[in-house]
Write a protein that binds this ligand. Structure first.
Ligand SMILES: Nc1ncnc2c1ncn2[C@@H]1O[C@H](COP(=O)(O)OP(=O)(O)OP(=O)(O)O)[C@@H](O)[C@H]1O
Length: 133
């Protein structure tokens, strides 16, 4: 069973909750957070909980895992959202955007930096591949 499908980490997507109640929502969020999973989907939206500590989930290895993948192929992550936006932009040849919202200190600025870091990294990787022919 893929890591993100394991119940040990709770439901990776809130749409999979048996009952939609605040209690179940918060219980799932708490369980995932305690297991180091700060991201959870609601469909194509990602809910993020600020860990207020350095997480080893933004490095080159993780970028490679998300590049060119579909949203549900990997555990919930900002990189999956960034990749989906990048692919949509390329497919439609139109600008696209990612809306980030949350209260002050929620992690919006950090999230936008990780998204830009991801886009920059995959652009360099793609250019590198093209120049190699
Ligand atoms: N993904 C993360 N991993 C680790 N720490 C984080 C993460 N996101 C946020 N933080 C921590 O939380 C702090 C506040 O985050 P950030 O500045 O991104 O919030 P914000 O939502 O942009 O706040 P504001 O609306 O007040 O500008 C950061 O300085 C950082 O210490």
């Amino acid at each position: 069973m893929a890591e993100h499908e394991s119940l040990e980490f709770g439901k990776a997507d809130f749409v999979l909750l048996d009952n939609v109640s605040m209690e179940e929502f918060m219980g799932n969020l708490k369980l995932r957070f305690e297991k180091g999973r700060i991201y959870t989907y609601i469909g194509e939206v990602v809910v993020s909980v600020n860990p207020y500590r350095a997480m080893n989930i933004y490095g080159r290895d993780t970028i490679e895992q998300y590049k060119g993948r579909e949203l549900y192929e990997r555990p919930p992550h900002l990189f999956a959202i960034a990749d989906a936006a990048y692919k949509a932009m390329k497919r439609r040849s139109k600008d696209t955007c990612i809306v980030i919202s949350g209260e002050s200190g929620a992690g919006k600025t950090e999230a936008s930096k990780y998204i830009m870091q991801y886009i920059a990294a995959i652009t360099i990787l793609i250019k590198g591949l093209k120049s190699k022919g």
